[in-house]
Design a protein around this ligand. Structure first.
Ligand code: HDE
Length: 729
């Protein structure tokens, strides 16, 4: 009964993983086959139902019609109550092997390569909503380990809105479309959300994160992931430490502008899922490193916040992140419903070597996920659905239920039995049996928030302090946008009150945009979430502890420490604006330079087909000003060629293309006559476009000098300073 030793696997195995092979048992493409009913009967006519006479009524006898229509009628399952909109991909996780001393989990041991399935999501919107909502992103990873399935179900923001699971339905009811009119879709900018926020100061910290650039990722491939709660790792000797999980994207962490996000929602609401799909299809596999912050058990109480409180993070400057492995996503799904929709993540899916902490949010989640899968997937056998199936063998005495697939043989379905020689038998710890960390727990049965949780503003201030001026401006503008959509003035005012507890300047700037004044907190009960017989003072947060503290790793500005060393233009999309008469030779050499760095470029012209260059050369067009927009690109180059540029200057859409790219602070380049289009696109009040940061121009037709500068600018991602100069907030 001893456990099989973990086989050393190669990367080739990982591309065709154990899980892919497992799924193959259930796949079918129907190619070269006859059309059949669900019973295998070959169908002769799938075009006409059975009728009494050519023009007569359909007959009840028509079992083919009934089978096809009833199956169709039952195609839908309930969408996830949160995180309904999502996209997923297969891949593998490769352990660096340095976590062995922390955890006995087989998937973390040296040489282990484990299949994974990762689903990203927005939270508030329905299944058909836009990818580009301002929202938190889900980041859920299913590891198919040799010891069973392990789910790490995280978000792209390291803290949460609430501290106790009992408040989750309230939070979600507040952020979801309002119940009387189902408005607004996938947006937090409405009264009920801010009514909740302004009454629950524990939400203030995460509110700032959601309003920051983190709420608008450039790509799912360019965002961090966090386990949020404190978990435990347990090593082979049974020693336990507390850990916080981090996913760090190898392409850096980047965001887009809010106006841009709103426009993308119209132009391409599938922007994020398309980006993930396309990159995997072309072999530009997204990668993240998994890291842990480790806290020794004896240090549990050494911080000035509680590590069991999910509204708090541990600054990386206090506890550095140790990288323990890498995840690569290298295969798209074959079928969205069968895989992405039916995948069932549960916090309780755990393996030996990982364990839970007493975080009350985590404890509630341990209940919710299993419960939600029972409803969504219709019964207790969802673990048998191929995407959820463990690659470790399953043997137990659970039986029956809807859609049972396993055919359990034999007389015995109980333990302890003698009739089946005691099998299946419990596994000792040394045989891979899971056992919970021994922890001494003692206390009164009590409904009370721990006093150690009641500091709601210090880390919100830490986050605010850690943002660059441009990032702060984005937060201010986001809050102005959101609160402008709130109809009730007292809700706006109460939100300002909460913001004022974090930072006076933040509150003042938001208030200015609302034409309101920041209210005084004198005599006001800041926290309304107090039990009926509760002590108001107990629930009242103290003022910010250290008003000057900051943590540079909380910023995602291009120069932030979390982006240092990750500057790259790989997978970036560059629009090349040109039409008949363009300098095709220069375009060719720029495209080559961009391609050599792993970027993709597209020729955007006034018409599809081909354009003719100055010398009569033909160039294939990839998109037009009608079919695409600057918001779908990372940077723009305007090609030279007098005739081409003259035509583009007359084209309002081409001018707007450049104007918007400039407004959204993207790198711009132009050579030869192309510089004229940049000038034509400048808007009143903006700084001189040609000398602005991130704008690279050359009067020469050739691009050999311009290309390296343009590439360097794209590596910087965005030049938010332009926005600061143009629109000080
Ligand atoms: Fe979830 N959450 N959640 N959540 N969550 C769900 O489970 C819940 C929380 C997260 O791609 C649901 O299968 C409660 C924190 C992700 O399929 C549901 C509480 C974090 C996903 C549920 C939380 C998350 C979910 C809905 C407070 C970040 C999508 C459908 C106690 C660490 C997984 C489902 C996927 C999904 C409950 C709070 C992340 C209802 C009760 C904190 C990424 O079970």
């Amino acid at each position: 009964m001893s456990k099989k030793p973990l086989a050393k696997k190669t990367h080739e195995d990982a591309v065709s993983t154990a899980k892919t092979n497992d799924l193959a048992k259930n796949t079918d493409d129907g190619y070269g086959q006859f059309l059949t009913s669900n019973q295998g009967l070959r169908v002769n006519d799938d075009q006409n139902s059975l009728k009494a006479g050519e023009r007569g009524p359909s007959l009840l006898e028509d079992f083919l019609l009934r089978e096809k229509i009833t199956h169709f009628d039952h195609e839908r399952i309930p969408e996830r109550v949160v995180h309904a909109r999502g996209v997923a991909a297969h891949g593998y996780f490769e352990a660096y092997g340095n976590a062995s001393e922390l955890s006995r989990a087989a998937f973390l041991q040296p040489g282990a390569v484990t299949p994974v399935f990762t689903r990203f999501s927005t939270v508030a919107g329905s299944r058909g909503s836009s990818d580009m909502a301002r929202d938190v992103r889900g980041f859920a990873v299913k590891f198919y380990t040799e010891e069973g399935v392990y789910d790490l179900v995280g978000n792209n923001i390291p803290v949460f809105f609430i501290q106790d699971a009992i408040k989750f339905p309230d939070l979600i009811h507040a952020v979801k479309p309002e119940p009387h009119n189902e408005i607004p879709q996938a947006a937090s900018a409405h009264d009920t959300f801010y009514d909740f926020i302004s009454a629950n100061p524990e939400s203030t910290h995460m509110l700032l994160w959601a309003m920051s650039d983190r709420g608008l990722p450039r790509s799912l491939r360019m965002m961090e992931g966090f386990g949020v709660h404190t978990f435990r790792m347990v090593n082979a000797e049974g020693k336990s430490v507390f850990v916080k999980f981090h996913w760090k994207p190898l392409l850096g962490t980047h965001a887009i502008a809010w106006e841009e996000a709103q426009q993308i929602s119209g132009k391409d609401p599938d922007f994020h899922r398309r980006d993930l799909w396309n990159c995997i299809e072309m072999g530009a596999y997204p990668e993240w490193e998994l890291g842990v912050q480790v806290i020794q058990e004896e240090d549990e109480r050494k911080f000035d916040f509680d590590i069991l409180d999910s509204t708090k993070l541990i600054p990386e400057e206090l506890v550095p992140v140790t990288k323990i492995g890498k995840m690569v996503l290298n295969r798209n799904v074959d079928n969205y419903f069968a895989e992405t929709e039916q995948v069932a993540f549960c916090l309780s899916h755990i393996v030996p070597g990982i364990d839970f902490s007493n975080d009350p949010l985590l404890q509630g989640r341990l209940f919710s996920y299993l419960d939600t899968q029972l409803k969504r997937l219709g019964g207790p056998n969802f673990h048998e659905i191929p995407i959820n199936r463990s690659i470790a063998p399953i043997h137990n005495n659970q039986r029956d239920g809807h859609m049972r697939q396993t055919i359990n043989k034999g007389q015995v379905a109980y333990g302890v039995n003698q009739l089946n020689d005691g099998y299946p038998q419990q596994a000792k710890r040394s045989e891979g049996g899971f056992n919970t960390v021994h922890e001494r727990v003692e206390g009164h049965k009590i409904r009370l928030r721990s006093k150690s949780f009641v500091d709601h503003y210090s880390q919100a201030k830490l986050f605010w302090n850690s943002q660059t001026d441009a990032e702060k401006m984005h937060i201010v503008k986001a809050l102005r946008f959101e609160l402008s959509h709130v109809q009730k003035e007292f809700v706006r005012t109460r939100t300002l009150l909460q913001l004022a507890q974090v930072d006076a300047e933040l509150a003042r700037r938001v208030a200015e945009g609302l034409g309101a004044a920041v209210p005084s907190a004198d005599g006001v009960q800041l926290n309304l979430a107090v039990p009926a017989d509760g002590d108001v003072a107990h629930y009242q947060s103290a003022p910010v502890k250290d008003g000057s503290a900051s943590s540079p790793t909380l910023s995602i500005a291009p120069d932030s420490p979390i982006n240092t060393g990750k500057a790259s233009i790989k997978t970036r999309h560059i629009a090349i604006l040109a039409t008949d008469g363009a300098d095709v030779a220069a375009i060719g050499s720029l495209m080559k330079a961009l391609m050599d760095e792993g970027a993709q470029s597209a020729i955007i012209a006034t018409h599809l087909g081909t354009i003719n260059g100055v010398g009569g050369e033909e160039l294939l067009v990839n998109g037009t000003f009608h079919s695409t927009a600057s918001v779908l690109f990372d940077a723009v180059y305007v090609a030279g060629g007098e005739k081409s540029v003259a035509a583009l200057k007359q084209n309002a859409d081409a001018v707007r293309f450049v104007n918007e790219a400039f407004r959204h602070c993207k790198p711009l380049a132009a050579s030869g006559a192309g510089v004229e289009l940049l000038k034509a696109a400048a808007y009143p009040g903006a700084e001189d476009i040609l000398s602005a940061d991130g704008v690279v121009v050359s009067s020469e037709a050739q691009v050999s000098g311009l290309a390296p500068q343009f590439i360097a600018a794209i590596k910087k991602h965005r030049f938010w300073s332009r926005e600061l100069k143009a629109m000080p907030a």
